[in-house]
Design a binder for this molecule. Sequence first.
Ligand SMILES: Nc1ncnc2c1ncn2[C@@H]1O[C@H](COP(=O)(O)OP(=O)(O)O)[C@@H](O)[C@H]1O
Ligand SMILES: [Mg+2]
Length: 241
Amino acid sequence: MLEIRGVTKHFDGVKAVTEVSCTIAKGAITGLIGPNGAGKTTLFNMICGYHVPDSGLICFNSLEITGKPPYAVAAAGIGRTFQNLRTIKKLSTLDNVMLAFNPGASLFASLKKGKERQNRERAQELLAFVGLSDKAEEPAGELSYGQQKLLNLACCRALDPALLLLDEPVAGVNQEMTVKILGLLRDMRDEGIGVLVIEHNMEAVMEVSDRLIVMAGGRVIADGEPAQVRENSEVIEAYLG
Ligand SMILES: Nc1ncnc2c1ncn2[C@@H]1O[C@H](COP(=O)(O)OP(=O)(O)O)[C@@H](O)[C@H]1O
Ligand SMILES: [Mg+2]
C-alpha cells in the first residue's frame, strides 16, 4: 500500500536518509529498526509530510503523496504516533479522542459541526478497544505513562487510517503493558490495517513483526523475515552486535 522509491533527505551535509526504497504491505506488521541516527524518524517524517524529501517518490495506494502537507497525508489514510506522548493532560481521556476527529480544529469547533454524538460513540468504541473505557472521564494527565500510550493509539485510530506509523509504541512501558500493546497491534493488523513500527525493544519487535526493515547510516541494509534478518551478518555488525 505504501511505496517508497529512492528517497533522500540530507540536512546541511548530514546524510539522514539516502536512496531508501521499500514497500509496506497492508494487513501486516513491518518493524523498522536500526541504531540511533539511522534515519528512521526522518523517514517517518517524510512519509507524514513533516519533511519534504530532497529527491525520490512516496506513493500511498497509488496516489503520490511526496511533499504533501501532514493534514493531507492524514486525510489520505496515514496515521502516526510520536516517540513522546501527545496527550492534552487537562482534557478528559474521552475528549482527547474527540479532538482527534478534527485535527487542527478546536474541540468547540468539532462539537459545533453537529457530529458530536456520532464522534462520541466512536470515541467510546476506540477507548474500549484500548481498554480505557473506565478512564473516559478522567483527565488524561492522571493516566499512567502506559495508559497514555494506549490513549495515543486510540487517538491515532480516530481518522480510520489504513496505515499506522508508530514511533516506539512500547518504549518505557512495563512488561504487562508491552504484551497488551503488542496484542493491539496484532488486532489492528488482523483488521487489515498496515502497521509500520519503529521499536528499540528487540524482543518485542522480533516477536510482533511479520517483516523487518533494518536501517543504518541512512540506508536500508536488510529487509526480510525477522528470522532471516537476525542472522544477517551486516545487521549483526551494525546493530545487534
Ligand atoms: N531536523 C534535522 N536537522 C538536522 N539534522 C537532523 C534533523 N533530523 C535528523 N537529523 C539527523 O539525521 C540523522 C538521522 O536522524 P533520525 O532520523 O532521527 O534517526 P533515528 O530516528 O534512526 O535515530 C541524525 O544524524 C540526526 O542528527
Ligand atoms: Mg528516532
